[in-house]
Design a protein around this ligand. Structure first.
Ligand SMILES: Nc1nc2c(ncn2[C@@H]2O[C@H](COP(=O)(O)OP(=O)(O)OP(=O)(O)O)[C@@H](O)[C@H]2O)c(=O)[nH]1
Length: 336
Protein backbone atom coordinates (compact mmCIF):
# COMPACT_ATOMS: atom_id res chain seq x y z
CA UNK A 1 0.00 0.00 0.00
CA UNK A 2 1.56 3.31 -1.10
CA UNK A 3 1.29 6.17 1.38
CA UNK A 4 0.31 9.49 -0.16
CA UNK A 5 1.67 12.54 1.63
CA UNK A 6 0.52 16.01 0.57
CA UNK A 7 2.77 19.01 1.22
CA UNK A 8 0.68 22.05 0.34
CA UNK A 9 0.95 25.79 0.96
CA UNK A 10 0.84 29.18 -0.68
CA UNK A 11 3.40 30.42 -3.23
CA UNK A 12 6.91 30.48 -1.78
CA UNK A 13 5.86 29.23 1.67
CA UNK A 14 8.69 26.67 1.80
CA UNK A 15 7.14 23.42 0.46
CA UNK A 16 10.11 22.30 -1.66
CA UNK A 17 12.50 23.21 1.15
CA UNK A 18 10.50 21.07 3.57
CA UNK A 19 10.36 18.14 1.12
CA UNK A 20 14.14 18.38 0.72
CA UNK A 21 14.50 18.43 4.48
CA UNK A 22 12.39 15.30 4.79
CA UNK A 23 14.60 13.59 2.18
CA UNK A 24 17.81 14.71 3.89
CA UNK A 25 16.51 13.58 7.29
CA UNK A 26 16.06 10.02 6.08
CA UNK A 27 13.07 9.85 3.78
CA UNK A 28 15.42 9.37 0.81
CA UNK A 29 16.13 5.89 2.21
CA UNK A 30 12.54 4.91 1.47
CA UNK A 31 13.04 5.77 -2.23
CA UNK A 32 9.83 7.81 -2.39
CA UNK A 33 8.42 9.28 -5.59
CA UNK A 34 8.02 13.06 -5.44
CA UNK A 35 5.32 14.63 -7.62
CA UNK A 36 6.11 18.29 -8.27
CA UNK A 37 3.27 20.36 -9.70
CA UNK A 38 4.11 23.80 -11.10
CA UNK A 39 1.66 26.52 -12.02
CA UNK A 40 3.99 28.02 -14.66
CA UNK A 41 5.14 26.61 -18.00
CA UNK A 42 8.70 26.50 -16.80
CA UNK A 43 9.31 23.97 -14.02
CA UNK A 44 11.94 24.65 -11.38
CA UNK A 45 11.11 22.71 -8.20
CA UNK A 46 12.13 19.30 -9.59
CA UNK A 47 15.61 20.73 -10.27
CA UNK A 48 15.91 21.66 -6.60
CA UNK A 49 15.58 18.04 -5.43
CA UNK A 50 19.11 16.61 -5.29
CA UNK A 51 19.64 13.87 -7.86
CA UNK A 52 19.46 10.36 -6.46
CA UNK A 53 17.38 11.36 -3.42
CA UNK A 54 14.07 10.42 -5.00
CA UNK A 55 12.38 9.84 -8.31
CA UNK A 56 10.73 13.08 -9.34
CA UNK A 57 7.69 13.44 -11.59
CA UNK A 58 6.93 16.99 -12.72
CA UNK A 59 3.52 18.17 -13.89
CA UNK A 60 3.74 21.78 -15.15
CA UNK A 61 1.48 24.45 -16.67
CA UNK A 62 -1.51 24.21 -14.37
CA UNK A 63 -2.85 22.75 -11.15
CA UNK A 64 -3.27 19.02 -10.52
CA UNK A 65 -6.54 19.80 -8.73
CA UNK A 66 -8.17 21.11 -11.95
CA UNK A 67 -6.55 21.59 -15.40
CA UNK A 68 -3.97 18.86 -14.84
CA UNK A 69 -6.35 16.51 -13.05
CA UNK A 70 -6.20 13.97 -15.89
CA UNK A 71 -2.40 14.02 -16.06
CA UNK A 72 -2.27 13.70 -12.28
CA UNK A 73 -4.54 10.64 -12.33
CA UNK A 74 -2.39 9.11 -15.10
CA UNK A 75 0.68 9.84 -12.99
CA UNK A 76 -0.88 8.15 -9.92
CA UNK A 77 -1.88 5.15 -12.07
CA UNK A 78 1.65 4.83 -13.41
CA UNK A 79 3.47 5.40 -10.13
CA UNK A 80 1.21 3.39 -7.83
CA UNK A 81 0.32 0.74 -10.41
CA UNK A 82 3.80 0.19 -11.86
CA UNK A 83 6.44 1.40 -9.42
CA UNK A 84 4.45 0.74 -6.26
CA UNK A 85 6.72 2.85 -4.01
CA UNK A 86 6.14 2.82 -0.27
CA UNK A 87 5.41 6.54 -0.45
CA UNK A 88 4.49 9.35 -2.84
CA UNK A 89 5.04 12.91 -1.67
CA UNK A 90 2.92 15.36 -3.65
CA UNK A 91 3.74 19.06 -3.77
CA UNK A 92 0.95 20.92 -5.59
CA UNK A 93 1.21 24.51 -6.82
CA UNK A 94 0.92 27.37 -4.37
CA UNK A 95 -2.53 28.10 -5.82
CA UNK A 96 -3.97 24.60 -5.46
CA UNK A 97 -7.43 23.96 -4.11
CA UNK A 98 -6.79 21.49 -1.29
CA UNK A 99 -10.38 20.20 -0.88
CA UNK A 100 -10.48 19.31 -4.60
CA UNK A 101 -7.10 17.64 -4.34
CA UNK A 102 -8.22 15.60 -1.34
CA UNK A 103 -11.25 14.42 -3.28
CA UNK A 104 -9.03 13.31 -6.18
CA UNK A 105 -6.62 11.42 -3.90
CA UNK A 106 -9.51 9.83 -1.98
CA UNK A 107 -11.13 8.69 -5.25
CA UNK A 108 -7.81 7.32 -6.52
CA UNK A 109 -7.32 5.39 -3.29
CA UNK A 110 -10.63 3.60 -3.87
CA UNK A 111 -9.25 1.98 -7.06
CA UNK A 112 -5.47 1.93 -6.50
CA UNK A 113 -3.41 0.40 -3.69
CA UNK A 114 -2.68 3.76 -2.05
CA UNK A 115 -4.00 5.77 0.86
CA UNK A 116 -3.87 9.38 2.04
CA UNK A 117 -1.28 9.42 4.80
CA UNK A 118 -0.73 13.08 5.72
CA UNK A 119 -1.69 16.60 4.70
CA UNK A 120 0.94 19.15 5.76
CA UNK A 121 0.25 22.81 5.09
CA UNK A 122 3.40 24.92 4.95
CA UNK A 123 2.84 28.46 6.21
CA UNK A 124 5.38 31.31 6.03
CA UNK A 125 5.00 32.78 9.52
CA UNK A 126 6.53 36.10 8.46
CA UNK A 127 3.59 37.03 6.25
CA UNK A 128 0.63 34.75 7.07
CA UNK A 129 -1.84 37.49 8.00
CA UNK A 130 -0.83 39.67 5.05
CA UNK A 131 -1.08 36.82 2.53
CA UNK A 132 -4.37 35.63 3.98
CA UNK A 133 -5.80 39.08 3.45
CA UNK A 134 -4.24 39.42 0.01
CA UNK A 135 -5.13 36.03 -1.42
CA UNK A 136 -8.27 35.13 0.57
CA UNK A 137 -9.57 31.66 -0.14
CA UNK A 138 -6.60 30.78 -2.38
CA UNK A 139 -4.64 30.91 0.85
CA UNK A 140 -7.18 29.79 3.41
CA UNK A 141 -8.26 26.61 1.61
CA UNK A 142 -4.73 25.24 1.84
CA UNK A 143 -4.63 25.66 5.61
CA UNK A 144 -8.20 24.80 6.62
CA UNK A 145 -8.12 21.16 5.55
CA UNK A 146 -4.58 20.29 6.55
CA UNK A 147 -3.85 17.84 9.34
CA UNK A 148 -0.76 19.75 10.43
CA UNK A 149 0.53 23.28 9.86
CA UNK A 150 4.31 23.56 9.41
CA UNK A 151 5.51 27.09 10.15
CA UNK A 152 8.54 28.35 8.20
CA UNK A 153 10.58 31.59 8.29
CA UNK A 154 10.24 31.76 12.08
CA UNK A 155 13.93 32.36 12.85
CA UNK A 156 13.89 36.14 12.51
CA UNK A 157 10.54 36.71 14.19
CA UNK A 158 9.97 38.19 17.62
CA UNK A 159 7.37 36.82 20.03
CA UNK A 160 4.63 39.32 18.98
CA UNK A 161 5.05 38.45 15.26
CA UNK A 162 5.00 34.75 16.02
CA UNK A 163 1.87 35.14 18.15
CA UNK A 164 0.25 37.12 15.32
CA UNK A 165 1.07 34.33 12.86
CA UNK A 166 -0.39 31.72 15.21
CA UNK A 167 -3.56 33.78 15.66
CA UNK A 168 -3.99 33.97 11.89
CA UNK A 169 -3.47 30.21 11.57
CA UNK A 170 -5.86 29.56 14.44
CA UNK A 171 -8.53 31.62 12.66
CA UNK A 172 -8.48 28.87 10.02
CA UNK A 173 -7.75 25.61 11.77
CA UNK A 174 -7.33 23.98 15.15
CA UNK A 175 -4.95 21.30 13.86
CA UNK A 176 -1.45 20.89 15.36
CA UNK A 177 1.16 23.51 14.44
CA UNK A 178 4.92 22.82 14.28
CA UNK A 179 7.85 25.15 13.79
CA UNK A 180 9.93 23.61 11.00
CA UNK A 181 13.09 25.26 12.33
CA UNK A 182 12.65 23.58 15.70
CA UNK A 183 11.86 20.15 14.25
CA UNK A 184 13.39 17.89 11.65
CA UNK A 185 11.64 17.16 8.36
CA UNK A 186 10.84 13.61 9.44
CA UNK A 187 9.37 14.85 12.73
CA UNK A 188 7.03 17.13 10.80
CA UNK A 189 6.01 14.23 8.56
CA UNK A 190 5.47 11.84 11.48
CA UNK A 191 3.38 14.42 13.37
CA UNK A 192 1.29 15.08 10.26
CA UNK A 193 0.71 11.33 9.76
CA UNK A 194 -0.31 10.92 13.39
CA UNK A 195 -2.65 13.93 13.22
CA UNK A 196 -4.43 12.58 10.14
CA UNK A 197 -4.81 9.18 11.77
CA UNK A 198 -6.26 10.75 14.90
CA UNK A 199 -8.60 13.06 12.98
CA UNK A 200 -9.80 10.11 10.87
CA UNK A 201 -10.43 8.00 13.97
CA UNK A 202 -12.45 10.87 15.45
CA UNK A 203 -14.27 11.24 12.16
CA UNK A 204 -13.48 14.94 11.99
CA UNK A 205 -11.22 14.97 9.00
CA UNK A 206 -9.18 12.54 7.01
CA UNK A 207 -9.44 9.95 4.33
CA UNK A 208 -13.14 9.30 4.71
CA UNK A 209 -14.54 12.78 4.88
CA UNK A 210 -11.75 15.24 4.04
CA UNK A 211 -13.07 18.09 1.98
CA UNK A 212 -16.72 17.38 2.69
CA UNK A 213 -19.06 18.83 5.25
CA UNK A 214 -22.83 19.06 5.26
CA UNK A 215 -22.93 17.06 2.06
CA UNK A 216 -21.22 19.74 0.01
CA UNK A 217 -17.59 19.64 -1.09
CA UNK A 218 -15.86 22.27 1.02
CA UNK A 219 -13.81 24.76 -0.86
CA UNK A 220 -14.94 23.73 -4.34
CA UNK A 221 -16.15 27.31 -4.53
CA UNK A 222 -13.64 28.11 -7.20
CA UNK A 223 -11.26 30.95 -6.53
CA UNK A 224 -12.91 34.35 -6.12
CA UNK A 225 -16.21 32.94 -7.30
CA UNK A 226 -14.83 31.64 -10.59
CA UNK A 227 -14.43 28.00 -11.47
CA UNK A 228 -10.93 27.04 -10.44
CA UNK A 229 -10.56 25.04 -13.63
CA UNK A 230 -10.64 28.24 -15.67
CA UNK A 231 -6.84 28.29 -15.76
CA UNK A 232 -5.55 28.71 -19.26
CA UNK A 233 -3.20 30.41 -21.62
CA UNK A 234 -4.06 33.83 -22.95
CA UNK A 235 -3.25 35.07 -26.44
CA UNK A 236 0.35 35.69 -25.39
CA UNK A 237 0.80 32.23 -23.98
CA UNK A 238 1.01 33.23 -20.33
CA UNK A 239 -0.74 31.07 -17.85
CA UNK A 240 -3.45 32.78 -15.88
CA UNK A 241 -5.97 31.82 -13.26
CA UNK A 242 -9.09 33.38 -11.78
CA UNK A 243 -8.50 36.07 -9.21
CA UNK A 244 -6.03 37.86 -11.47
CA UNK A 245 -3.20 35.43 -10.76
CA UNK A 246 -0.84 34.83 -13.63
CA UNK A 247 2.43 33.12 -14.41
CA UNK A 248 5.04 34.35 -16.89
CA UNK A 249 7.88 32.16 -18.04
CA UNK A 250 11.17 33.35 -19.49
CA UNK A 251 14.22 31.65 -20.97
CA UNK A 252 16.67 34.55 -20.56
CA UNK A 253 19.48 34.35 -23.14
CA UNK A 254 21.48 37.15 -21.54
CA UNK A 255 24.08 36.82 -18.82
CA UNK A 256 23.88 38.54 -15.43
CA UNK A 257 26.45 40.09 -13.12
CA UNK A 258 25.83 40.00 -9.38
CA UNK A 259 24.50 43.54 -9.62
CA UNK A 260 22.22 42.61 -12.55
CA UNK A 261 20.66 39.81 -10.47
CA UNK A 262 20.05 42.20 -7.56
CA UNK A 263 18.54 44.76 -9.94
CA UNK A 264 16.26 42.14 -11.45
CA UNK A 265 14.99 41.01 -8.05
CA UNK A 266 14.53 44.61 -6.93
CA UNK A 267 12.67 45.38 -10.17
CA UNK A 268 10.33 42.44 -9.61
CA UNK A 269 9.63 43.60 -6.08
CA UNK A 270 8.66 47.03 -7.37
CA UNK A 271 6.56 46.26 -10.44
CA UNK A 272 3.90 48.87 -11.17
CA UNK A 273 1.35 46.62 -12.84
CA UNK A 274 0.49 44.40 -9.88
CA UNK A 275 2.33 42.36 -7.30
CA UNK A 276 4.93 39.69 -7.84
CA UNK A 277 4.37 36.98 -5.23
CA UNK A 278 6.90 34.50 -6.50
CA UNK A 279 9.86 34.32 -8.85
CA UNK A 280 12.25 31.43 -9.15
CA UNK A 281 14.71 30.05 -11.62
CA UNK A 282 18.28 29.92 -12.80
CA UNK A 283 20.21 32.70 -14.57
CA UNK A 284 23.51 32.52 -16.44
CA UNK A 285 26.31 34.44 -14.73
CA UNK A 286 28.45 36.92 -16.63
CA UNK A 287 31.48 36.71 -14.40
CA UNK A 288 31.76 32.98 -13.76
CA UNK A 289 30.51 29.74 -15.16
CA UNK A 290 27.50 28.04 -13.73
CA UNK A 291 24.05 29.34 -13.03
CA UNK A 292 22.65 31.45 -10.28
CA UNK A 293 19.60 30.13 -8.44
CA UNK A 294 17.27 33.07 -7.81
CA UNK A 295 14.32 33.13 -5.43
CA UNK A 296 11.74 35.75 -4.57
CA UNK A 297 8.78 35.15 -2.28
CA UNK A 298 6.71 37.22 0.13
CA UNK A 299 9.22 36.32 2.85
CA UNK A 300 12.23 37.71 0.96
CA UNK A 301 14.52 37.34 -2.04
CA UNK A 302 17.98 35.99 -2.63
CA UNK A 303 20.32 34.20 -4.98
CA UNK A 304 23.19 31.77 -4.83
CA UNK A 305 25.45 29.73 -7.05
CA UNK A 306 23.72 26.54 -8.16
CA UNK A 307 24.75 23.05 -9.19
CA UNK A 308 21.95 23.09 -11.79
CA UNK A 309 23.36 22.41 -15.25
CA UNK A 310 20.36 22.96 -17.53
CA UNK A 311 19.32 26.04 -19.49
CA UNK A 312 18.59 29.38 -17.82
CA UNK A 313 14.92 29.83 -16.96
CA UNK A 314 12.79 32.07 -14.80
CA UNK A 315 9.15 31.94 -13.79
CA UNK A 316 7.35 34.95 -12.30
CA UNK A 317 3.97 34.50 -10.59
CA UNK A 318 1.75 37.19 -9.17
CA UNK A 319 -1.47 39.09 -9.37
CA UNK A 320 -2.39 41.77 -11.93
CA UNK A 321 0.95 41.53 -13.69
CA UNK A 322 1.78 42.99 -17.09
CA UNK A 323 3.98 40.68 -19.17
CA UNK A 324 5.60 43.57 -21.07
CA UNK A 325 6.71 45.22 -17.85
CA UNK A 326 8.14 41.92 -16.59
CA UNK A 327 9.90 41.35 -19.93
CA UNK A 328 11.58 44.75 -19.61
CA UNK A 329 12.80 43.90 -16.11
CA UNK A 330 14.00 40.41 -17.03
CA UNK A 331 15.45 41.53 -20.36
CA UNK A 332 13.89 38.65 -22.23
CA UNK A 333 10.67 38.01 -24.11
CA UNK A 334 8.12 35.84 -22.28
CA UNK A 335 7.98 32.27 -23.52
CA UNK A 336 4.96 31.65 -25.75
N1 LIG B 1 14.51 31.98 6.13
C1 LIG B 1 13.83 30.95 5.68
N2 LIG B 1 13.72 30.76 4.36
C2 LIG B 1 13.03 29.68 3.93
C3 LIG B 1 12.39 28.78 4.82
N3 LIG B 1 11.75 27.83 4.08
C4 LIG B 1 11.96 28.17 2.78
N4 LIG B 1 12.74 29.26 2.68
C5 LIG B 1 13.18 29.96 1.46
O1 LIG B 1 12.00 30.49 0.85
C6 LIG B 1 12.13 30.42 -0.57
C7 LIG B 1 10.94 29.61 -1.13
O2 LIG B 1 11.06 28.28 -0.64
P1 LIG B 1 10.43 27.03 -1.44
O3 LIG B 1 10.68 25.84 -0.59
O4 LIG B 1 10.93 26.99 -2.83
O5 LIG B 1 8.91 27.43 -1.43
P2 LIG B 1 7.69 26.68 -2.15
O6 LIG B 1 6.55 26.71 -1.23
O7 LIG B 1 8.11 25.35 -2.66
O8 LIG B 1 7.42 27.70 -3.34
P3 LIG B 1 6.61 27.48 -4.72
O9 LIG B 1 7.70 27.30 -5.72
O10 LIG B 1 5.88 28.77 -4.91
O11 LIG B 1 5.74 26.31 -4.58
C8 LIG B 1 13.47 29.78 -0.85
O12 LIG B 1 14.41 30.82 -1.06
C9 LIG B 1 13.80 29.04 0.44
O13 LIG B 1 15.18 28.91 0.65
C10 LIG B 1 12.53 29.01 6.24
O14 LIG B 1 12.02 28.30 7.09
N5 LIG B 1 13.25 30.11 6.59
Amino acid sequence: MTKVDLVVGFLGAGKTTLVNRMLADGLAGERPVIVENEFGDVAVDGDLIPEGEAQVRTLASGCICCTLRGSFLDCLDEVVGTLAPSRIVIEPTGLANLPDLLTIVRDASSRLPCRLNSVTSVVDASCVAEMLEFAGDFYASQVRDATLVALTHTAGLGAPELEGALRAVRSLTSCPVMDVDAAGGLEVLAASEAALEEAASLGTRGEKDAGEKDGAPRGSRGHDGCAHDAHGHDAHGHLHAPGGFGSFSFLPGRTFSEEDVDLLLEGLRRVRSGRVLRAKGFLARKDRCGLEHVELAAGGAGHECSAYRGDPKLVVIGRGLDGDELARIVGAEPEP
